[in-house]
Every structure is written in structure tokens, then in C-alpha cells.
Design a protein around this ligand. Structure first.
Ligand code: SF4
Ligand code: FE
Length: 480
């Protein structure tokens, strides 16, 4: 396993093609806007080195018998699935951000079982290749970007019906030694902080979509891959010297549009090519694992937000008010409900034919459906408790200003025992989580990450087994 610093050094050595604000970024490791997101991934390495967190953050590889970072592990039991969710809550608590590394973990486990079942039906050799790939992932302790979401163009048309055929990533050439792919993957979490990228299809496919049913892995700097970093609300505050105004002093997340401009993939890195009948399974399993993930990561970030709201109330002198206490209870209730869903779909996990463990898909989709709602209510309550100052407070520069500083100190003070600076810092953190850069991860990502609400409702309708429930009602009502 790598230490956090070894991880940072390893990313700094990769010559990725990254663009932001119309310019090429020299290095994700030294760029002030990207560095906080690298720090969040670094935390997944640092925490694994901490004996206190060894049980959650590491696992024993079933491939080599060696200790590996749990983010590189193939789940061997329902207990592993539970530990995964607890690990994600811990990482959310420590970073108050998206720590990005789960997309790779979820891709590993989805592709592990899907390649096994594809080979069994089609006589292909994908699973053996993927086993070898996983050995390398574990041996090198890689962070891998799990890339699923295609731009999708006209949502009313299938991949092969699009006017522009590249709106879903596709194979444009097949050679004896591999394939050439073209297309893009949108909203790619953590791409600039990843050693590798692992691509999967984004929807179930029909036979005519054969060129779009493709899965493979490549180094993040493979020729023809480049990324355009997405903007986040208040992102340029990270360019300022102040630490107060960013709210989260060290951590953040990042997303990018990743372009694959006629990229060659060698045979040993291809895990699906044309078997359209298994594209849906890969999508469903990856999405299921990532919907489980949200019952961990968002809960950890929620813990920080609840703590921040409680401190804001304390610093205002309102902590004893009964409605404040009740709001904190409600936030906790909602947050723990999300955690319960993450734990439940894990406990109810089952062994796949390939040997790894898959979450209960119905419960994982229920988990994510709740995540599309509860963080919004938690956010609303946090803003309620924080008060309007969280969006009207002056900048740190004014606070440090010779003339203005003492007035801000005097007039924006809450209880006498708490420094005005601390009060402002906690309000900036709430602003960051609800409206600023971290709101990408806590709010909008809660809605759209791991699939938009309707995607879960489709899965819930498929898995809900209404017919069996009708049978129960008939039996109770005495209907023959
Ligand atoms: Fe991990 Fe959550 Fe970020 Fe997904 S959204 S990569 S589960 S931290
Ligand atoms: Fe996500």
C-alpha cells in the first residue's frame, strides 16, 4: 500500500492532459483549484495507514493474501459490504467532500461478476483478463476513475440512433491487437487524481448498439485522452490567499468531461466488446454498488454539516432553544436513515456466481432514492439554524483590514466567549457544504450522482415484485 505522500508523488509523475479556464494545467498536484480534491483522495491512503482505522480501511486480498486498501478490494462477504459503507462514512467525516475513489471500487466489483457471467455465456476471456488487471490494481494501490456516464445527446434515441454517433462512447476500429474507441464520459469524478480510468457502458443495449457495448481500462495519460475540468460554485476562492472564505480549508472534489479522441486499447485491457446482452448487467451492478456508496459518503458529510449547524447555534447563543434542538434531532434522524439503508442493502448482499458479493439491489436503490431527498432537507435545516449571515458575511480580507477588522469583530460577534473569526469560519463551512464547491458533492450529486431519481424508480419498480404482494393480499382477503 502507498502512503498519502507516495500517492501524491505518483500522481504528480503522470503527464495527464488537463484543461481548465481555457488553459492546460501543468499538474493537478500543484494547482490550487485541483489540489484540495487530490487531498481528499490522499486521505483514503493516509487513513489506511492509521492503525485505528485498519479494520475499515484495509482488507485481505483474496488474490494474493496480502493486505490491500479496501478501495482496491473485491468484496468477499456481506461483512465486507458493510465495512465498505462504514469506511465511506469515515472518509466523508474526515474530508467533508467527495473523496472520489469509490467509483473505481464499484467498477471493480461490477466488472468482476459481469465478466464472469459474460464468459460463461459467450465463451469469451474477459474474466481472466480482469483478474490480472485487479492484481495490478492491488499491487500498485491505484486510484481508478470508474467512467460510466456518456453525454447521451437526444435522450429519446438509442446510442446507434443518435445523429452524432459519438454521443455514446464507441468502438470505431477493431484490430488484431485491440480496439480504437471514440467518445466522451461526462461528470467524471476524480479523473485528474486517478492513475487509471475504467470505462463501462451507460445504458442497457440492443443488438444494433454492438459498438457501444464496450468496457476497458487505460492509464489516465493514454494517448488521445484529455479532460476539461468542470466549474464549481465559488471555485476561484481557492485562488485567494485566505483560508477562511473557502470554508473547507483542505479538501474538495472535482469532476471533468473526459474525451477519448480515437484511443487505442490493447486486447488484455478489454473487458466487454460487443456482447450487448451483458451491458445492462454491468450498468445495473455498478449503479447498485454506487447507490449503496451514497449511504456511506453522504452520511459522513452530513455528520460534518450537523456538527457545523450545532456549533453555529452555540456560537449564536441559541443552542438551548427547543426548536434548535428539534432541528438537530431531525437532521440526525434523516442522516441515520440514509446510513440504515446503506447498511441494510449490504447486510442483505449475496454471493454472485463469480464469488464476490453484490448488494441487495432493491434496497440499494431505495437508499439512493432517499439520498435524492434527505440531504436537501438537512441542508435546509442547516441554513435555517445558521441564519442569513452565512451568505452576507464580509470577506477575510475585510476581516484582516486595519480599519474594517475591528468593526467586523465587534458587530458580527455572537456569544462573548467565542471569537468572531470562529463564528465566521463555521458559517463559511456551512456555506461551502450547501452552496459552495462542496455543494456539488453534497447537494446536486445527491440528486444526480449514481443515477438521477427516475433511474432508481425504474429499478424499484422492477425489483418491487408487486405480483407477489398481490398474492399476499388475496390470501389474506380469502380471494381464490
Ligand atoms: Fe465516493 Fe460518494 Fe464521491 Fe461517489 S459521491 S465517489 S460514493 S465520495
Ligand atoms: Fe458520486
Amino acid at each position: 500500500m502507498m502512503t498519502g505522500q507516495e500517492y501524491v508523488d505518483s500522481i504528480a509523475r503522470i503527464k495527464m492532459e488537463i484543461y481548465m479556464f481555457g488553459e492546460r494545467v501543468k499538474s493537478a498536484a500543484s494547482n490550487p483549484i485541483l489540489r484540495p480534491s487530490l487531498n481528499s483522495v490522499k486521505a483514503t491512503y493516509d487513513l489506511a495507514m492509521d492503525p485505528e482505522h485498519e479494520d475499515l480501511m484495509t482488507a485481505t486480498s483474496h488474490l494474493t493474501g496480502k493486505k490491500v486498501n479496501r478501495f482496491c478490494h473485491i468484496h468477499q462477504s456481506a461483512g465486507d459490504l458493510v465495512k465498505k459503507v462504514k469506511m465511506q462514512r469515515l472518509c466523508g467525516q474526515k474530508t467533508a467532500s467527495c473523496f472520489q475513489r469509490c467509483v473505481g471500487l464499484d467498477a471493480f466489483n461490477a466488472i468482476w461478476s459481469t465478466t464472469f457471467e459474460t464468459d460463461r455465456t459467450h465463451g469469451t476471456e474477459y474474466h481472466g483478463r480482469f483478474v490480472e488487471y485487479m492484481r495490478r490494481v492491488q499491487e500498485n494501490d491505484w486510484t481508478v476513475d470508474g467512467a460510466m456516464t456518456d453525454p447521451k445527446g437526444d435522450r429519446g434515441l438509442s446510442p446507434s440512433q443518435q445523429k452524432d454517433p459519438d454521443l455514446y462512447l464507441r468502438v470505431v476500429e477493431r484490430r488484431p491487437d485491440g480496439i480504437v474507441v471514440r467518445g466522451a464520459k461526462a461528470h467524471q469524478t476524480g479523473m485528474s487524481n486517478s492513475h487509471e480510468v475504467i470505462v463501462m457502458p451507460t445504458v442497457a443495449m440492443r443488438p444494433e448498439d454492438r459498438d457501444y457495448a464496450v468496457s476497458f481500462a487505460l492509464p489516465a495519460d493514454a494517448a488521445g485522452i484529455f479532460m476539461i475540468v468542470g466549474r464549481q460554485s465559488c471555485d476561484t476562492r481557492k485562488l485567494e490567499e485566505s483560508s477562511m472564505d473557502v470554508g473547507n480549508c483542505e479538501f474538495g472534489g472535482m469532476e471533468a468531461l473526459v474525451v477519448f479522441d480515437d484511443v487505442f486499447v490493447p486486447n488484455d485491457r478489454i473487458f466487454l466488446d460487443g456482447e450487448t446482452d451483458f451491458a445492462g448487467m454491468m450498468v445495473e451492478r455498478f449503479a447498485g454498488y454506487h447507490r449503496q456508496s451514497y449511504g456511506g459518503c453522504k452520511v459522513g458529510v452530513g455528520d460534518v454539516l450537523i456538527g457545523a449547524a450545532a456549533l453555529a447555534a452555540e456560537y449564536n447563543g441559541a443552542a438551548k432553544a427547543s426548536h434548535i434542538k428539534d432541528k438537530l434531532i431531525e437532521m440526525t434522524h434523516l442522516n441515520e436513515t440514509l446510513f440504515s439503508c446503506g447498511i441494510a442493502c449490504s447486510c442483505e448482499g449475496r454471493r454472485t456466481d463469480s464469488g464476490n458479493y453484490l448488494i441487495n439491489l432493491l434496497l440499494a436503490n431505495v437508499c439512493k432514492q432517499n439520498v435524492t431527498r434527505f440531504p436537501y432537507e438537512i441542508t435546509r435545516l442547516a441554513e435555517d439554524i445558521a441564519g442569513g449571515l452565512m451568505v452576507t458575511a464580509p470577506s477575510e480580507k475585510d476581516f484582516r483590514h486595519e480599519k474594517l477588522g475591528p468593526y467586523i469583530e465587534k458587530y458580527l460577534k455572537g456569544v462573548a466567549s467565542v471569537a468572531t473569526e470562529d463564528r465566521l469560519r463555521i458559517l463559511r463551512l456551512i456555506e461551502n457544504l450547501t452552496l459552495g464547491t462542496a455543494a456539488v458533492g453534497y447537494r446536486t450529486e445527491s440528486l444526480h450522482g449514481a443515477g438521477s431519481p427516475q433511474a432508481q424508480r425504474i429499478m424499484i419498480s422492477r425489483q418491487g415484485n408487486i405480483e407477489a404482494k398481490k398474492g399476499l393480499a388475496k390470501a389474506i382477503a380469502g380471494i381464490g
